[in-house]
Design a protein. Structure first.
Length: 93
């Protein structure tokens, strides 16, 4: 066989080998990016769960504050009814 055929075969083999190496590297990079994305998703999910828990606690505290304010208003109203020195709209007339 002629030398130029061997050269073409060698060049073809090198091109094929280059494609294989390039494809393997690209697959490895894709795999790494997928793993990184999965980790980021897990972190995002954890942050979401934390935020939802904090919102739930905050809503409970808001509800407790509203109830405490209502109780305080009721106690204040009772104190106004009991206190002989408090002015009521009826006393001003």
């Amino acid at each position: 066989m002629a030398a130029w055929i061997w050269i073409l075969i060698a060049i073809g083999a090198l091109v094929v080998l280059g494609f294989v190496v390039f494809g393997a590297r690209r697959n490895r990079e894709k795999t790494q990016r997928r793993e990184q994305a999965q980790e980021l998703r897990q972190k995002a999910d954890a942050h979401t769960r934390q935020a939802e828990e904090r919102e739930r606690v905050a809503q409970e505290q808001v509800q407790q504050a509203k109830e405490a304010r209502q109780v305080a208003a009721e106690v204040g109203a009772r104190a106004d009814r009991v206190d002989p020195d408090s002015e009521t709209p009826d006393d001003t007339a």
